[in-house]
Design a protein around this ligand. Structure first.
Ligand SMILES: C[S@@+](CC[C@H](N)C(=O)[O-])C[C@H]1O[C@@H](n2cnc3c(N)ncnc32)[C@H](O)[C@@H]1O
Length: 289
């Protein structure tokens, strides 16, 4: 792999190793033990969960082989295992492996979660073994040449009728994006504050690359016969300006359901995130580098 890819991977590893090193596994245990309550709340009000579980995914996972790339704090991997899936999970940060070890010790899943240590592109998994490949806020952490290798690997690992789902940020409107960079949020200074912004950029684990729906469509079409993009967050993004509480949760649930009614070309242009679904891997493409 190139020096730039290696640097980006190492930056991500260091950042997330540190972020997840003290992750409270008790949260995961609590949510798994209260699975229905957790699902009801997260699938209706949290954009990433709402998106990833579209089409009743929670009831389609039982007994299915699922691979999660970039599993991070392992909440989603644990929830999928609790829903009866046979979960394989990878992250470049070994703290994720530590979380999975503790979760497996505390919860008796039908299939304990299997952690795949280290660089996923070196995996020795057999072709066509997964029903689902999942990535939640993962692909956009890769540089584009690296992303291409992960998508190729996704196509190789999926069964013929398998499906890949990636929830990613969306930047389809440059003006909106520029406005966003100038509004400070917790942990990220405004672009107006040039010095602090530059310092923040140095440790931020996001490479500079396209997050556009057009990019994810084109990138997927190289290896898959079917690509679907669903914008998520066009209205929900305004919840950021509300204070925490029941009203905000109610607004988020309303927004996530109602923004689907916005015509696609407007919704796509204004959305803050997207669900990307890839199906029908193109077998003829898997021989190329
Ligand atoms: C934004 S976090 C998302 C974590 C988790 N999926 C979630 O939704 O909370 C991105 C994750 O991707 C992982 N990651 C970044 N580059 C990676 C790579 N090349 N291989 C595997 N994991 C990687 C990071 O370590 C991090 O855990």
């Amino acid at each position: 792999m190139s020096v730039e890819n290696d640097k980006n991977q190492e930056k991500n590893r260091l950042f997330y190793e540190n972020l997840y090193k003290d992750y409270p596994v008790s949260n995961i245990i609590h949510w798994v033990n209260d699975l229905d309550v957790f699902l009801k709340a997260s699938l209706t009000t949290e954009a990433s969960w709402f998106a990833l579980y579209q089409g009743d995914l929670q009831n389609r996972l039982k007994g299915k082989k699922v691979l999660e790339m970039g599993c991070g704090n392992c909440v989603n991997a644990s929830i999928m295992a609790a829903l009866g899936a046979e979960v394989y999970a990878n992250d470049i940060a070994s703290s994720s492996g530590e979380i999975i070890k503790k979760v497996n010790e505390k919860i008796t899943f039908k299939y304990p979660i299997k952690f795949i240590q280290g660089d996923f592109l070196e995996n020795k998994l057999s072709s066509g073994m997964f029903d689902y490949v999942i990535g939640k806020a993962f692909l956009h952490h890769l540089r584009i040449p690296e992303e291409r290798l992960f998508l190729k690997e996704t196509a190789r690992l999926l069964k013929d009728d398998g499906e890949a789902r990636f929830f990613e940020p969306a930047v389809n409107n440059r003006i909106l994006d520029e406005i966003r960079w100038h509004i400070p949020i917790k942990g990220r200074p405004s672009k107006f504050n040039r010095k602090a912004f530059k310092k923040w950029r140095e440790i931020d684990p996001h490479p500079e690359r396209s997050f556009s729906s057009r990019h994810f469509k084109k990138a997927g079409e190289e290896f898959f016969g079917e690509v679907k993009i669903m914008p998520v967050g066009t209205l929900e993004r305004f919840s950021k300006f509300m204070s925490w509480g029941k009203k905000r949760e109610k607004f988020k649930s309303w927004a996530l359901n109602n923004e689907k009614k916005i015509p696609f070309f407007i919704n796509k242009n204004l959305t803050r995130s997207q669900l990307i679904i890839y199906k029908n891997a193109r077998a003829e493409k898997l021989g190329i580098d």
